[in-house]
Design a binder for this molecule. Structure first.
Ligand SMILES: *[C@@H]1O[C@H](CO)[C@@H](O)[C@H](O)[C@H]1NC(C)=O
Length: 389
């Protein structure tokens, strides 16, 4: 990843130097002496150019390692999307926007461009080779499912003829796909809260202090976690009756605090149970687009009928409060998870949700994302992080 940046630095320098070199050439035929002198000047210029380039690479080469992949903008790219929607057998109805009637396709044509380097293209064959015999597992809610299915589509597009089989049905509805021949398994483990919900005589108890599913995640080579969207839910959409916090069982509590405590429990679990060879990621909070005032539109606006990203980032006024909590907790881990910091780049994508083109009859889904679409970029970022380390 650092290479494209260094290359870019060189070509910028080259362009700046070029006018100087060419401005010498018109006078070349006039005198031999002049020409020799000019030639010397040219080679001195070339030499200084090379020296300067080398200097740049050595000085800034290391800097490019720190290129913030998550700070950048969306640029039009006609070569996108990375696969045809109909070519992927792994897209569930909720995310299959084109199949369910979406006519505008401009939203498929944007590439994420980090400010100070280029994001490398996703290479599914390379991933299969590097992770031969390994397991990659996504653990989280339906936003995680979004990313899981996108990764399957991306690998399938690179390796359509690799035989795939379904695995992991021992914990229903836990699902997975194995790319046979490479023996790479990609799995999805549904978990809305990461911590447990236990059935007791009093009802369903959300236990902020335990992650009993953890034993299933152990020994996996790459783990990608997420929780967030279920915490504010109440009423019939809330799948628990009580919260256990330490020794106390409560009817309810501040949801931000509950989220914080659960994430602390998860962080502690990772620190105590995940071996050094496992790569742990946290999928950053995925923003929704139900409220136009979050990006300078009116209150009535949502993702519906949006066909282009927000191209002026200063329009974004809404914040995602869980973001700071996630960042803070990760920083306290003894083996910090890699934060796939997709919040900002996703905030810009008001155009990338299924809205009414979801196959499960949502009135207007501005929370999940179409596949192909934005989650492919999340996976490009995951891939970049995996091949870098
Ligand atoms: C396939 O990978 C799994 C780990 O994911 C490993 O336990 C198993 O032995 C591998 N099978 C073969 C045939 O290499």
């Amino acid at each position: 990843m650092q290479m494209p940046c260094a290359m870019q630095a060189i070509s910028t320098v080259h362009l700046t130097f070029l006018p100087k070199l060419t401005s010498l050439s018109p006078s070349l035929p006039f005198s031999h002496q002049m020409a020799t002198k000019q030639l010397r000047t040219t080679s001195i210029s070339m030499l200084s150019f090379i020296t300067f380039s080398l200097f740049l690479v050595l000085t800034f080469g290391k800097k490019t390692l720190d290129c913030n992949l998550f700070k950048g903008s969306w640029v039009y790219d006609d070569s996108y999307p990375m696969y045809e929607p109909a070519s992927c057998p792994f897209i569930r109805k909720e995310f299959d926007c084109i199949k369910f009637g979406r006519q505008d396709h401009l939203y498929l044509k944007y590439r994420w461009k980090p400010d100070s380097c280029d994001l490398q293209r996703f290479d599914g064959m390379d991933l299969l080779r590097r992770f031969r015999g390994k397991r990659i597992m996504f653990v989280g809610d339906s936003l995680t499912l979004n990313q899981y299915e996108s990764l399957l589509c991306l690998i399938h597009a690179s390796a359509p003829n690799v035989w795939k089989s379904e695995v992991g049905t021992h914990v229903s509805p836990f699902t997975g796909i194995r790319f046979e021949g490479y023996n790479l398994t990609i799995e999805y483990f549904p978990s809305h809260y990461l911590v447990d919900i236990n059935r007791r005589s009093i009802g369903r108890v959300l236990n902020l202090d335990s992650v009993s599913a953890g034993h299933i995640w152990q020994g996996v080579d790459v783990l990608i976690f997420n929780t967030g969207h279920w915490w504010p839910r109440s009423g019939p959409a809330q799948p628990w009756d009580f919260i256990q916090d330490g020794g106390k069982v409560l009817k309810d509590m501040d949801r931000t605090l509950a989220f914080t405590k659960a994430l602390q429990t998860w962080a502690k679990w990772v620190d105590q149970n995940v071996g050094p060879s496992t790569k742990v990621f946290y999928q950053g909070i995925s923003p929704d687009h139900y409220h136009g005032q979050d990006w300078g539109a009116t209150k009535q606006d949502s993702c519906m009928r949006e066909t282009q990203p927000i191209l002026d980032a200063s329009k974004i006024v809404g914040t995602v409060p869980q973001e700071a909590i996630v960042r803070n907790i990760i920083s306290t881990m003894s083996k910090p998870a890699y934060l796939l910091d997709v919040t900002f780049l996703s905030q810009l994508r008001k155009d990338a949700h299924p809205s009414k083109y979801s196959g499960i009859n949502f009135r207007n889904d501005c929370s999940h994302w179409c596949i192909p679409g934005l989650p492919d970029t999340w996976n490009q970022l995951l891939y970049a992080a995996l091949v870098q380390s």
